[in-house]
Design a binder for this molecule. Structure first.
Ligand code: ADP
Ligand code: ZN
Length: 728
């Protein structure tokens, strides 16, 4: 039970101010409960905070101020408070930053107001100006959703008078903001499909787990198209019947639209949505409804995990192996692991769904920590695609050509039969390298240790690390020779150019995140392809995830070896996952599919494992290697990234840290480095990395804190600690 604090008693308030402690205040008139959101004075300002517990009493009591007021929102429950504490301890994140994650809805402290909202009107503006065009574009991209005046003005970069002008002419419509209404009820019995025996068996296990009302995690493994989604929607239904809430995490916003349609078909109404594309007004509504139970199901990105669920009974992590679940900036956390943590605190169930699980989850299932469910065959008549290698060593391709004659012939055969083919390359842009043919200079980013990648569509060079872009120079920046800059290597745009020459009759669709201004434009394109509006799909990683193209029967992977280069221990795992995912796009309807992998190393063990589909053996071999090296998931790893504008400064601190390692030696941990980080310079900052390796089961985080606390960060130096880093 949450404690109650009488008026005038001391309470500890957690705020989002970057302090490393709570602040004492006196409880306001009428008292307050633990967990209440309150407004407190801080210096001349008023800020929002949460009643965290009894006051510490270590301030001069005569100077302790009173809480101004209790805000009219549902108090934060003990479950979420615990979760924030434990997630903060795990990721070594200050509590103020954890609280920020949980209160990312704007205007929580405002009274439900009579604010106006704006959407696209039917009138035409008398005169089109650039600011006006931007306003209309923003609203069009919102696809019927409305924005407040402030949001719209900010998104379009205009003053509110521009918007008011458009309202007068009817081009923009102005309405009263709706109250924060609950979401339509979802009906668990609305549209369920008859499950196959395999699916039903899996669904039964999940239903029983949900009925238990206890914590548990299940790895739901199954080839693409085997009905994992159908099965976990049954688990959602069971959760709704129990009156608890459910959360579905997706790795990519682009997948949301397709998924929402599916939820609507299954439950008769749309769920709440939570990701960066959701308007501020809607976010505020979702946040409140989630806390009051007016949202039964949330579909969203990793940050949805920090919403104030009243009773979260089930979390699905779809495509659980996906690296985008790891937040790489600010608070460094892995949403998959945090979902498990939150469920274990709140007596919830977690379902990790994937065709190609992460080695971590595979190992947890193997060790019996997670339940394991397998769907081994595709639904209906569709079967897994046949996978074959094309040995590129004998192909004799002319320079700047990447599609082998063998692959081209297969593509042609599909086109003749009215089927679709996909060409996959995991490289955005036109060409990865721009080189001067006079002096050999390679154009690099001025701020990062990365090459500038040519993007013909944008007509610019782009740094994929920091986003820096410049027009493509006419002369070499180094030797100033004119017209000597040449594109080297293939990117998705260049592959599209080659495909246009090879298959002049075919309609091409190029899917790469750079080519779409909005999630909506991408969704439209994906729907068009699914309806047969293209013959050849050319794409990057974006196409490997989840989309269903029924007419697609051939997938050609241009460069299967790409991910195997480099020294990352996870390279094999990543390549295996990506290749299996891409191949899984083919033959999802009645017609069988084929996946052809162009490779220069057909004997490589990873390529062989991918082709044979012998997954268990692949995982076992990978697991053995990691176990022998004491690497995750069989050992623990943390990365310390030191950065500064001066490389030497970062190295000096790194060396000092490597020497003064007493707290780490105490737990038997080893330190590697300092060495340049995998990306040694980003946005003008030099980055140096130390890796800390420890045995499983030791208290790594407290040792890391004690170790890091020995050092002062002066001037430009910054330190970030990444527990369970993605690359090692
Ligand atoms: P996965 O999530 O494993 O990729 P899905 O759940 O998306 O698989 O299923 C693949 C396709 O097969 C979807 O179009 C889905 O609607 C259909 N499907 C799967 N199981 C059934 C079923 N029992 N009855 C009808 N359609 C099904
Ligand atoms: Zn850069």
């Amino acid at each position: 039970m949450d404690a109650f604090f009488e008026e005038g008693s001391l309470v500890a308030i957690l705020t989002t101010q970057p302090l490393d402690r709570t602040l004492d205040y006196k409880a306001p008139a009428g008292g307050c409960f633990q967990g209440a959101y309150v407004e407190v004075p801080l210096g001349p300002r008023k800020i929002m905070g949460v009643v965290w517990g009894p006051g510490k009493g270590d301030f001069d009591i005569s100077r302790v101020r009173s809480v101004n007021r209790v805000l009219d929102v549902t108090p934060m429950q003990g479950e979420l408070r615990d979760f924030l504490c434990r997630a903060g301890d795990y990721t070594l994140t200050p509590m103020s930053a954890m609280l920020r994650l949980a209160t990312r809805a704007p205007g929580l402290s405002e009274a439900p107001s009579l604010r106006k909202i704006y959407r696209l009107g039917i009138g035409e503006p008398d005169r089109m100006t650039d600011p006006r065009r931007r306003v209309l574009e923003v609203l069009r991209d919102m696809g019927g959703l409305s924005l407040t005046l402030g949001e719209l003005a900010e998104a379009a970069g205009v003053t509110s008078s521009v918007i008011k002008g458009l309202v007068k002419q009817g081009a923009v419509s102005e309405e009263e903001a709706p109250r924060d209404t609950a979401f339509a009820r979802l009906d668990p019995d609305y549209g369920g499909k008859a499950l196959t025996d395999d699916q039903e068996t899996a669904a039964q296990v999940l239903r029983a787990a949900i009925a238990s009302g206890r914590y548990g995690t299940t790895l739901l493994k199954g080839v693409t198209g085997s009905g994992k989604t159908e099965v976990y929607l049954e688990a959602v239904a069971a959760t709704l019947r129990k009156g608890r809430q459910a959360l579905v995490l997706l790795p990519e916003i682009a997948l949301t639209a397709e998924f929402l349609t599916r939820v609507e078909a299954r439950f008769g109404a749309r769920p709440a949505e939570w990701h960066s594309g959701v308007t501020m007004t809607e976010r505020r509504r979702v946040w409140k409804q989630v806390s009051q139970g007016g949202a039964q199901l949330v579909v969203g990105a990793r940050s949805a995990l920090f919403l104030p669920f009243r009773d979260l009974g089930l979390t699905i992590v779809d495509e659980e192996h996906d690296t985008s679940y790891k937040q790489e900036e600010g608070v460094l956390y892995n949403a998959r692991d945090m979902a498990v943590l939150r469920a274990s605190i709140g007596a919830g169930q977690v379902v990790l769904a994937s065709a190609t699980p992460s080695l971590e989850s595979w190992a947890n299932a193997d060790a019996g920590k997670y339940r394991r469910l397998n769907l081994t065959s595709r639904f209906g008549a569709s079967v897994m695609p046949e996978m074959r290698a094309i040995d590129m060593r004998g192909q004799d391709l002319p320079s700047n050509r990447w599609v082998s004659p063998a692959l081209a012939a297969q593509v042609r055969a599909r086109l003749e039969q009215g089927e679709q083919a996909m060409l996959f390359i995991n490289r955005r842009g036109y060409a990865p390298v721009t080189i001067c043919r006079a002096c050999g200079h390679q154009v690099g980013c001025p701020h990062c240790d990365a090459r500038m990648v040519e993007h013909r569509f944008l007509q610019r060079l782009v740094c994929h690390q920091c986003g820096e872009t410049t027009p493509k120079p006419a002369a070499c920046p180094e030797c100033h020779a004119e017209d000597k800059l040449a594109a080297v290597g293939p990117g998705v745009e260049r592959l599209a150019e080659e495909a246009a020459e090879l298959f002049p009759e075919a309609r091409l669709a190029v899917l790469s995140s750079d080519l779409f201004g909005s999630a909506r434009a991408l969704k439209d394109e994906i729907e068009k392809i699914a309806r047969g509006g293209a013959d050849i799909i050319i794409g990057t990683q974006l196409v490997a995830k989840g989309h269903n193209f029924p007419l697609l029967t051939l997938v050609g992977v241009i460069d299967s070896d790409l991910g195997l280069q480099g020294s990352d221990l996870r390279a094999a795992e990543r390549t295996f996952q990506l290749m299996r995912q891409v191949a899984g796009r083919a033959g999802r309807a009645e017609k069988p599919g084929t996946a052809l992998m162009q490779t220069y190393q057909p004997e490589h063990p990873v390529i062989r494992a991918i082709l044979s589909g012998d997954e268990e053996n692949f995982w076992k071999a990978e697991a053995e290697e990691r176990r022998a090296a004491g690497m995750p998931p069989y050992g623990r790893l943390a990365a310390v990234i030191l950065s500064s504008t001066e490389a030497q400064e970062a190295f000096d601190l790194g060396n000092a840290m490597a020497r003064q390692d007493a707290p780490l030696r105490k737990i038997g941990a080893q330190i590697y480095g300092p060495a340049p980080a995998p990306i040694a310079r980003v946005r003008g900052r030099h980055r140096v990395r130390l890796l800390v390796k420890a045995a499983k089961g030791v208290a790594l985080q407290p040792a890391l804190s004690a170790w890091a606390a020995q050092f002062r960060l002066r001037g430009e130096l910054r330190m970030a600690i990444d527990i369970d880093p993605q690359s090692f």
